[in-house]
Design a protein around this ligand. Structure first.
Ligand SMILES: [Mg+2]
Length: 384
């Protein structure tokens, strides 16, 4: 049995937790700037048709009494970490899927916590007691069904699909409910006359694969109740990145470099905090016409230095011609490995010494930042 635990309107709920005056009102979390979007909406706000990713001006138009709270990511992360640790108390098989969502494989916990309905109810009440937050839980013998189930009675829901109900439940599912089926895929399926999973099940696998490729095969398997995905308790971080939609479009390289510097420092700090080194630096740009571009570069030696990340990201920017204005900039690192991995020594001393010196600077800056916040120390170029 797999449970999918999904916190209800998580960011908004945490804001209410910290400021009880926000209870019961139409609340959204998000930036109130000209291009701000809704990051999370309370259920009161959702009744007005407000949902996440909606432009803020539109949300405000739908609900004139809307209260807008700027996001506090660090606080949400903190609560999220505590929640995940709490869930690990039920089973070691916890897979965190996002900041407020996790899968739990509870197959082996019956003796400890009782049958699934009892256990799920217990998890819900413990989260309410310990954190003052509500969640919705879906449970099923298949992972994809657990996810669908948790969404069925939000907020504060509990939906369990017993093994003997699986077959009928899947057959009745509209194709749009299947994770991975977006609007385009849905249209494609409906053109073939496939509206529910029962229709998919009747279609020969090969016909579906011919039209939809690999996803067709997966969809057909799901329609027959075959889901090979397991709860994966630990997933190594594959990449770390920071990105920002600019408050106005720019094409000035000096300004862009400054944004890259700040992002490189934030990425570097997260890298060091995770005990990792990176081999790949990437730069992402989105232009005013929404065209997007990503450039990657592999380093000679893995790094955790903000300065090395910054220098390489700026090199990448140099290689891009800025005919159009830029609306979004992102710096990221990939090819991650443990910082403890032994390194091949460099035969001809190049920048190694310099890089070590910068690492000492980074360590000092990290220490200050962890005590006084990330803005306590910044490079002089970042000051207005
Ligand atoms: Mg949620």
């Amino acid at each position: 049995m797999i449970l999918h635990v999904d916190m209800d309107a998580f960011f908004a709920a945490v804001e209410r937790l910290d400021d009880p005056a926000l209870a019961g009102c139409c609340l959204v979390v998000g930036s109130d700037s000209r291009r701000g979007v809704v990051a999370a909406a309370s259920y009161e706000a959702r009744r007005f048709g407000i949902h996440s990713a909606m432009p803020m001006f539109q949300a405000r138009r739908l609900c004139p009494d809307l209260i807008i709270v700027p996001p506090r990511r660090a606080r949400y992360q903190q609560v999220s970490r505590a929640l995940m640790a709490h869930l690990s108390g039920y089973t070691p098989l916890v897979e965190k899927v996002s900041i407020d969502e996790a899968y739990l494989d509870v197959s082996g916990c019956r003796r400890l916590f009782g049958p699934p309905p009892e256990m799920a109810a217990r998890i819900k009440s413990s989260i309410r007691e310990r954190f003052g937050l509500t969640c919705s839980i879906g449970g099923a013998p298949l992972k994809f069904l657990a996810k669908i189930a948790s969404d069925m009675q939000k907020p504060d829901g509990l939906t369990l699909i017993a093994p003997e109900e699986v077959d009928a439940f899947i057959a009745a599912l509209p194709v749009a409910r299947i994770p991975g089926v977006g609007q385009r895929t849905q249209e494609q399926l409906e053109k073939m006359g496939l509206y529910r999973m029962a229709d998919v099940r009747r279609m020969p696998t090969e016909a579906l694969v011919r039209r939809m490729g690999k996803f067709g095969r997966r969809l057909h398997e799901l329609s027959r109740g075959v889901d090979r995905s397991r709860v994966q308790p630990w997933q190594p971080t594959k990449s770390i990145s920071e990105e920002k939609t600019l408050s106005r479009d720019i094409s000035n390289r000096t300004d862009l470099n400054r944004i890259i510097l700040q992002q490189a420092e934030d990425v570097g700090r997260r890298l060091r905090a995770s005990g990792l080194k990176a081999r790949i630096v990437s730069l992402k740009l989105k232009f005013a016409d929404f065209q997007q571009l990503t450039r990657r570069s592999t380093l000679e030696r893995p790094t955790r230095s903000s300065t090395v990340i910054y220098t390489r990201a700026v090199d990448l920017l140099e290689s891009v011609s800025l005919g159009k204005k830029v609306r979004l900039v992102g710096v990221g690192v990939g090819g991650l490995q443990s910082a403890a991995t032994p390194q091949q020594a460099c035969l001809f001393g190049d920048d190694e010494a310099a890089s070590e010196e910068w690492e000492r600077v980074d360590a000092a800056v990290d220490a200050v930042a962890s005590r006084f916040g990330p803005d306590a120390v910044r490079k002089g170029t970042l000051l207005d």
